[in-house]
Design a protein around this ligand. Structure first.
Ligand SMILES: Cc1cc2nc3c(=O)[nH]c(=O)nc-3n(C[C@H](O)[C@H](O)[C@H](O)COP(=O)(O)OP(=O)(O)OC[C@H]3O[C@@H](n4cnc5c(N)ncnc54)[C@H](O)[C@@H]3O)c2cc1C
Length: 473
């Protein structure tokens, strides 16, 4: 059946160019979440030499959770965190805010890579989300946390077949449309183990909690080098303005070049784009239903994710995932008018009842993509340095789990986390340019083509699948 339907629902549902023009008229090129922060406390630049028990490099969620949990585990130890720019300015401040229990980038990816350990990975992921929720409640983190669950929607006939084959409890089209009303929905599944947060508020609040627990935070402090004395001596991290001597170091620098050369090829930045609407009126909201306020994702390879904010805006992101030759992170890559227009057109095709609504913000960010689509955990200097990155766009929740892994390892502990194959084994690195670029662009083209051909994967994608490098959302 699917093979007879050409294109995707978006190519079959043309949207009037004037409606897209109107929707984007006056849109600001800025991240809504960061602009929405009432106050962003500033932290000083490190301008001296400092000695500490634990140094954390990177002030996104991974670094902040590492600092917070380190103090919770051992309040007496000295913990210093250095951030090159501002706390939460990068992925952690500008993401979709879907805080999922999954630490494996979804069940399919986890089961295909670690079939024997998947049940444990799922249990640990749910416990991690519960621990995030408990922290939010205990310390009253003001981050618009809502445990809404996520609605995964099939918008093509072949996706309905995939849903039925998965064994999940499938909601038929009318049941899905009673939850959120779009003419594009053919079926859906509800995942209860997902919460929504205000991303930038979560980063700000974690920094507040860390500081309250005694963590010393420095912003505008870029670490530039790392080396260590002997097998067990202190580790020295140089910054542009100071030097830190630490017994242990946790590197939480995500998509940015690692201080450890050996891990630089393990991630590539892939740009993801998002739009935010103005607040919906009561009538516009009523036209959607959406009383459960679930996060929503469609099931294409190139998928959209969307959700409501606390003040009833809709964040609409995803679809285009753009890699630029040379694997650099550059603000210029965030400006991509053709992608914002495509996203706006897909939004209007999904919710035609919202024609006339405008977008207030558009922005982008770099996804720390790894070849296994979930985090890897490296080590250096005889176990005195731990490094985690590679969340591939699902790190809001998983970053806390990664923090626990780094702290377990830095303490030399043998735990259920450190025993996981996912933790013990490293994924393949990406190849150097130009092979990386050719491979990534070919994969993107093939995924787009599969979405347009009833989900059928070509020989290239089947080869990647066989090598454990294939991707399906
Ligand atoms: C547009 C977008 C949407 C996303 N949506 C979701 C979503 O809905 N759900 C989800 O789970 N995930 C999502 N993600 C992914 C998620 O945001 C990330 O996985 C997560 O924020 C990673 O946190 P982090 O702390 O590891 O990295 P980051 O937030 O990138 O923080 C790393 C920090 O390290 C600092 N740094 C780097 N090098 C140095 C150095 N040498 N010295 C000092 N500091 C340094 C950087 O300045 C940066 O602040 C999305 C990402 C993007 C870009």
């Amino acid at each position: 059946m699917s093979a007879t339907i050409p294109g995707t629902v978006f190519s079959r549902t043309p949207v009037d160019a004037a409606a897209v023009d109107h929707a984007l008229d006056g849109v600001r090129g800025a991240c809504f979440w960061i602009e929405d922060l009432p106050v962003r406390p500033e932290h000083p630049v490190l301008r001296r030499a400092i000695d500490t028990d634990l140094l954390v490099v990177g002030g996104g969620y991974t670094g902040l959770w590492t600092a917070v949990v380190a103090k919770q585990r051992e309040p007496g130890r000295r913990v210093v965190l250095v951030e090159a720019e501002r706390i939460g300015w990068a992925a952690s401040g500008r993401n979709g805010g879907f805080c999922a229990a999954s630490i494996t980038h979804g069940e399919e990816n986890g089961r295909s890579r670690w079939p024997d350990q998947y049940d444990e990975l799922e249990r640990l992921g749910i416990a991690n989300l519960d621990a995030i929720e408990a922290t939010v409640e205990q310390y009253q983190l003001d981050c618009d946390y809502e445990r809404t669950g996520e609605l995964d929607v099939a918008i093509e006939p072949h996706q309905v077949e995939e849903l039925r084959a998965s064994g999940a409890e499938v909601l038929e089209a009318d049941a899905v449309r009673r939850l959120v009303d779009s003419p594009t929905y053919l079926a859906g599944v509800l995942d209860p183990d997902v919460a929504l947060v205000h991303p930038a508020k979560l980063a700000r609040e974690l920094a507040r909690l860390a500081a309250d627990l005694g963590v010393e935070i420095f912003e505008g402090t870029r670490a530039t080098g790392i080396d260590g004395d002997g097998r067990n001596g202190p580790v020295r991290v140089t910054t542009e303005t100071g030097i830190v001597t630490a017994r242990r170091v946790a590197l939480a620098t995500n998509v940015f070049p690692s201080l450890l050369a050996r891990y630089r090829m393990h991630t590539v930045p892939v740009y993801d784009y998002a739009l935010m609407t103005e607040p919906l009126s009561a009538g516009q909201l009523a036209s959607l239903g959406w009383e459960g306020r679930q996060g929503v994702g469609d099931m294409a390879n190139q998928f959209h994710y969307y959700r409501l904010s606390r003040d009833d805006r809709i964040l609409w992101g995803g679809y285009d995932a753009v890699y630029h030759y040379g694997r650099r992170v550059r603000p210029a890559y965030e400006n991509r008018p053709e992608t914002y227009r495509r996203l706006a057109g897909h939004f209007l095709a999904t919710f035609p009842q919202l024609e006339g609504l405008r977008f207030s913000h558009q922005w982008a960010g770099a996804i720390d993509t790894s070849t296994r689509f979930c985090a890897f955990h490296g080590r250096a200097l005889n176990g005195r340095v731990a490094h985690t990155a590679g969340f591939t766009g699902l790190g809001v929740g998983a970053s806390r789990f990664a923090a626990e892994v780094m702290l377990d390892r830095l303490a030399g502990l043998d735990t259920e986390r450190t025993r996981l194959d996912m933790v013990r084994r490293m994924p393949m690195p990406f190849p150097p340019e130009p092979i990386a670029s050719i491979g990534i662009q070919t994969t993107r083209w093939a995924l787009d083509r599969a979405d347009h051909r009833g989900g059928r994967r070509n020989a290239w994608l089947r080869t990647l699948d066989a090598l454990g490098l294939g991707f399906d959302s």
